[in-house]
Design a protein around this ligand. Structure first.
Ligand code: FES
Length: 103
């Protein structure tokens, strides 16, 4: 059964920014790209970097640890040394809240 998880209010994440949200056993990065919200795991697939603390340029986030990059919308690797795509979550906005669906 898919599970819906309420992460935060849309007003908590300004465009071009990210917010780290811990819920249950998940640690997530919530991104606002031009008013659209995207969610992926916060822990970089390459090491100990926290992607919510990375540098955001458009729809790309650069990890502040070794400067690898990921596409925020798809989780795909955008620049090395990262090699493993990030897990992303189906994300929706309802009544000003950012919600994900997990399976
Ligand atoms: S930990 Fe993120 S690029 Fe290495």
């Amino acid at each position: 059964m898919p599970q819906r998880i309420d992460l935060c209010g849309t007003a908590e994440v300004a465009p071009g920014n990210a917010l780290k949200v811990e819920t249950g056993n998940l640690v997530l990065a919530v991104f606002n790209v031009d008013g659209e919200f995207f969610v992926m795991d916060d822990l970089c697939s390459h090491g100990p970097g926290s992607l919510s603390e990375g540098y955001i340029d458009g729809d790309v986030v650069e990890c502040n640890f070794h400067n690898g990059q990921f596409n925020i919308k798809t989780g795909e690797v955008a620049a090395p040394p990262c090699m493993v795509p990030m897990k992303t979550y189906k994300t929706m906005v309802e009544n000003g809240r950012v919600i994900i669906e997990t399976d």
